[in-house]
Write a protein that binds this ligand. Sequence first.
Ligand SMILES: N[C@@H](CCC(=O)N[C@@H](CS)C(=O)NCC(=O)O)C(=O)O
Length: 200
Amino acid sequence: MYTLYFSKGACSLATQVILRELNQPFELVSKARTPDFNKVNPIGAVPALAVDGEILTEGAAIILYLLQKHPNDLLPGAASARQQGIEDLMFANATVHPAYSKLFFIASVLPDGDVKTQAFSAAAQQLSGLWQRVENKLADQPYLGGLHPSPADVLLAVYESWGQFFPVTIPVGPRSRTMIDSIRNRPSYLAAVAAEQQAA
Ligand SMILES: N[C@@H](CCC(=O)N[C@@H](CS)C(=O)NCC(=O)O)C(=O)O
């Protein structure tokens, strides 16, 4: 049995969706309700996953751990397709997530004014380029995973929801929008959002 530490709407939502796609039972624990969360993860970040007395951190590593452990069709078995799935997962987690994190950083540390506006604009421009990359990858397939969703699609669907919190426009192409909507309408995603509301 797993214990997933989460913050509402954060990247831990994607981890929960993956757990549900894998039909794995888990307990959901809010970081906000966890005194001394830094004892769970010394850098204070979610997701963190407790399993057999051990704590796993770093979202992409947790997802790869789960996908290696439980049979699934989220990550293909064939070497080349599997490598592509891992590359897409890392693109989402290590490239797109940090690009969104810049928006949160700018919002929290810069005083209102021209510099803040310029910083938001530069961050949005970078994100726009990354979403164009996603749009290009979806030219011939509905998901980054091909005909079936991959972990990267789930992560991107969560990250895209963060743009609404900032005074910038981040263009997302029509194919990417369709992919995001499709992921957000999956039973696993809907149940994960509802479970966060309950446990928050
Ligand atoms: N590299 C880490 C980044 C995790 C991360 O930035 N998590 C954010 C939420 S999306 C967080 O917990 N930030 C601190 C906070 O919410 O207090 C990972 O991929 O797991």
